[in-house]
Design a protein around this ligand. Sequence first.
Ligand code: ASP
Length: 324
Amino acid sequence: MKKILVLHTGGTIAMSADEDGAVAPTDQNPMAGFEKLFDNQLMIESETFANLPSPHITPAVMLDLKNRIQQAEEDGIDGVVVTHGTDTLEETAYFLDLTLPNNIPVVVTGAMRSSNEIGADGLHNLISAVWTAASDDAHDKGVLVVMNDEIHTARYVTKTHTTNVATFRTPTFGPIGLVSKHNANFFQELIRSEICDIKTLVEPVYLLKAYAGMDGTLFNAIDQPNTKGLVIEALGAGNLPPATLPAVQSLLNHNIPIVLVSRCFNGIAEDVYDYQGGGVKLKQMGITFCQGLNGPKARLKLQVGLSAGKTGAALKEFVSNATS
Ligand code: ASP
């Protein structure tokens, strides 16, 4: 019988609503006891790793979680499920995807409705995630996110709606699989991924979003000796307002790596436009284009690359490669 470890970290899946509808963490996890649903089918171990709303999760917590999962692998666990708040779920999932060796299935799930709200989705998502983690077909797929009967890759999934249970989407090409009854059915898989087994975290790495009329003020604010990197969610295919350029050049002059993604919900950033602030010029300045990731994930990728000791061309290659 397969052994699945469920690591609870908090989030709405571990919360309840009061009579006014305000949702907050509870002392007793409402998912407690769900293990009996798998009697005689799977061995489930549950552990309270943390009880944090996901806006309280930091890369340091993600690194601890990665270490806990590696320990579980060494202890002979066959698959891991992480329950997590949905606000930063995609970031924790992608951090694990970048840093775990991909030996056993790791599935992250959560809930959009707390345990005592009508239509609560937590238990259903947890059960789907456990069946996915126990599936032979879930191996070598990277870290997965299971929500609302869909299986997504940690690399490309994103939260798209504030409250809808169908919030998690993969804008470019959709889910890679579906959960039906006890089965995880896969239809696609990712090409490859480069794993960085990091031990410590390099910080701070910042994320800024471009907008019409943006100037250099925010870039100047982070132009500090301790700044390690910056990701910019640029306009369209990858362009910036011209008034940002002197401050962006100053960051580059101070050897602060700058990575560019698009603020668009879908598509990839590319050096298409050759006007002042256009992508062709930005690339010539030394900005690295990262294809396919959103801003928060590109930020984690840059942070993980730096934390693995990558610099210069190796860092550029790691961050810009769309298939890792
Ligand atoms: N704010 C909550 C959290 O991320 C949302 C959720 O879990 O769905 O912790």
